[in-house]
Design a protein around this ligand. Structure first.
Ligand SMILES: [Zn+2]
Length: 638
């Protein structure tokens, strides 16, 4: 006897179990480079690259003049006849591919906005086995090829590359760098500021996808030794450790920094009323060179301005090591709810991620208020100068969270944007929950209903590369990935198994280059669960979820004998089932069914040991799944 039927339950299901539980998905064997368990294989290699950079800020002409020496080690098993370098500034050349593919109406990256952009390469030379060769570079959009008159040998051979260059600093550098005009001077944010090596890897060979705006970066690891020369009245903050404080800071500033290194509360290095004061600079005129070093990083960036307030506090790492968290910002950003708390937001984010996931490997980090809305670099983040409170917290914890993905776990952002944006957004939720007893609230679950709406209209799966992703859909890289990982953690395998596997992935791939399958395989292997159905439906497809309660019957028409509840999967996505069942006698129970019930078919009937008539059955009672039609989630007796 059917007691009642939900009005939506007669919708016909489009579910095909063989699409989800697809035996042909991810079937290739592991290789000696990438093991079947998702770890780097016994012959995994990557090339290493050290940079020595000297750059001068020419404020009058808004130029950077620089030269870079790159020590490149070819650890690959291949001979290299040519090298490829990335010339990111060429995005701002009016003829760039990024400009050509920007909508007439413009977009967030605004790469059509700057007419003087692009690198001027004055010279390129290579030094190999003691001999110097001048090379005529072949420049194609944001890439530069150096064709060599010899081959770099496999398995550890070395070559030095020297490039002399300049570029005009765009005002709005694709939301990743640029210039901000403030009351007390310009804030320069310098990134993508030196020619750098493309990655040569065992997956694609040379990775030469152009920089076009949305797709970010893919870089090898190495040591950076860099010198930036700026007018003496400016303060510089950069990635890594300042090497020459006694040359660029005053005795007072050095003393205050020493104090900050011992203080959990924020200490001013340059106060608001000291901005522009001659006493804050060791030289009144001319230029000063700031020297920084950063060990085992994939990039470095820096900022310079005479408009900065500067404050700092100590970072406490789990190992007992100490570091320093800093913020530099113009007076426009100063009030307590804005940048006055930036150093603390940064410090507490780093402490949380270090404790929960992987210890931050560097000694310093700095948040810079400027023109970019939010952009991450190793040890330095650029945040919008005009946000405060919760927005600034979320911006800072997100941008510094990128120091785990992709700065530590070095995925290829240009192809797989979900691997950095999504994993980062996922960990940001937990950092926000933990910050100051939840001052800025729980962001892990609130987005599920919005996620269902997003998934309804999404046309592109998460695996779509950034330059092919619909500009309407690219928010999915952040939200859909984070929601998916939360579902996996909280509704599929549970926090303990998820966290262990997720940390295994971080440990295995720290300072290396994971591919999507390395993540999927590590999660499968370390959690001990074949999650291929989830990887396929969540990352490779745009399927939707619609679970419904179809019917409730009683054994021999008697509720005391137990109930037969039938649920149905109407759309193509499959996820585990949570039901809340309430009986007339007041009993309320929650029941979980594994995803495997959907390996049977689109309909599943199970026995529930009722003792009195059931008054309601509710699917997904805690709003954990992005069900696109919640009306058929509830069955009620008439
Ligand atoms: Zn991001």
């Amino acid at each position: 006897m059917i007691l009642s039927q939900n009005t939506f339950a007669q919708d016909t299901s489009i579910y095909d179990k063989n699409q989800v539980f697809d035996p042909l998905f991810m079937t290739h064997d592991g290789t000696e480079f990438r093991s079947a368990n998702g770890a780097p294989g016994p012959k995994y290699w990557q090339n290493s690259v050290n940079y020595n950079i000297h750059a001068t800020l020419d404020e009058k002409d808004t130029l950077i003049n620089g030269n870079v020496t790159i020590n490149y080690t070819n650890n690959s098993p291949d001979e290299l006849k040519y090298l490829w370098l990335q010339l990111d500034q060429n995005l701002f050349n009016p003829d760039s591919r990024g400009a050509a593919t920007t909508l007439v109406t413009g977009d967030r990256f605004d790469v059509k906005g700057y007419k003087k952009g692009g690198y001027h390469i004055q010279s390129a030379t290579v030094i190999y086995k003691g001999k110097t060769y001048k090379i005529d570079p072949v420049i194609t959009d944001t890439r530069m090829q150096l064709r060599l008159p010899f081959t770099v040998k496999p398995n550890g051979d070395k070559i030095d590359v020297k490039v002399q260059y300049s570029f005009s600093i765009p005002e709005y550098g694709a939301d990743r760098m640029g210039r901000l005009y403030t009351k007390n001077g310009v804030v320069y944010q310098l990134a993508q500021w030196y020619p750098r090596m493309c990655v040569y890897d065992a997956v694609k060979g040379w990775n030469t996808l152009p920089y076009m705006g949305l797709g970010e970066f893919y870089c090898d690891y190495g040591d950076f030794d860099y010198y930036v020369t700026v007018p003496a009245d400016m303060i510089v903050a950069g990635s890594g450790d300042l090497q020459n404080p006694e040359q660029v800071l005053t005795a007072t500033e050095i003393k205050r920094l020493t104090e900050a290194r011992k203080s959990d509360s924020t200490v001013f290095i340059v106060k608001e009323n000291e901005i522009g004061d001659k006493s804050t600079r060791p030289a009144e005129k001319g230029m000063l060179t700031w020297h920084f070093k950063m060990h085992n990083s994939r990039d470095v960036s820096w900022t310079a301005s005479k408009a900065f307030i500067w404050d700092a506090a100590r970072i406490n790492f789990p190992s007992g090591r100490k570091g320093i968290s800093m913020a530099v910002y113009p007076v426009e950003s100063k009030c307590y709810d804005a940048y006055g708390r930036a150093t603390q937001y940064l410090k507490q984010s780093i402490e949380f991620y270090s404790k929960t996931y992987f210890e931050y490997p560097w000694n310093s980090a700095v948040a810079v208020a400027g023109v970019a809305l939010g952009m991450e670099y190793p040890g330095i983040i650029f945040c919008s100068y005009r946000i405060g409170k919760a927005n600034l917290w979320h911006d800072i914890t997100h941008e510094i969270g990128h120091n785990w993905f992709p700065m530590i776990v070095g995925s290829n952002e240009r192809r797989y944007m979900w691997m950095d944006e999504g994993m980062n957004t996922f960990i940001n939720g937990y950092a926000s929950n933990a910050f100051n007893h939840g001052e800025y609230g729980d962001t892990t679950n609130r987005s599920i209903l919005g996620m269902a709406r997003t998934m309804m209209r999404a046309k592109d799966p998460l695996m779509t590369p950034p330059e092919s992703m619909s500009l309407r859909d690219y928010g999915q890289y952040y939200s859909k990935t984070a929601v998916g990982l939360n579902i996996l953690r909280n509704s599929v395998i549970g926090p303990d198994r998820f966290d262990y596997a997720f940390k295994t992935y971080i440990d295995r791939w720290a300072f290396k280059h994971p591919q999507p399958n390395d993540f999927f395989r590590t999660m499968n292997d370390a959690a001990g669960e074949d999650l291929n159905w989830f990887w396929k439906e969540w990352f490779y497809e745009t399927w939707k979820l619609d679970q419904s309660v179809k019917s409730v019957k009683y054994v021999d028409d008697n509720a005391a004998n137990g109930a037969l509840i039938t649920i149905e999967n109407l759309q193509q996505m499959a996820l585990p089932v949570t039901l809340q069942i309430t009986e007339e006698n007041g009993n309320r129970n929650e029941l979980k069914l594994p995803v495997e019930v959907w390996q049977r078919d689109s309909e599943w009937t199970f026995k529930y040991n009722s003792t009195s008539p059931i008054t309601s059955v509710v699917l997904d009672p805690h709003d954990e799944l992005p069900d696109i039609n919640r009306k058929n989630n509830t069955w009620k007796s008439k």
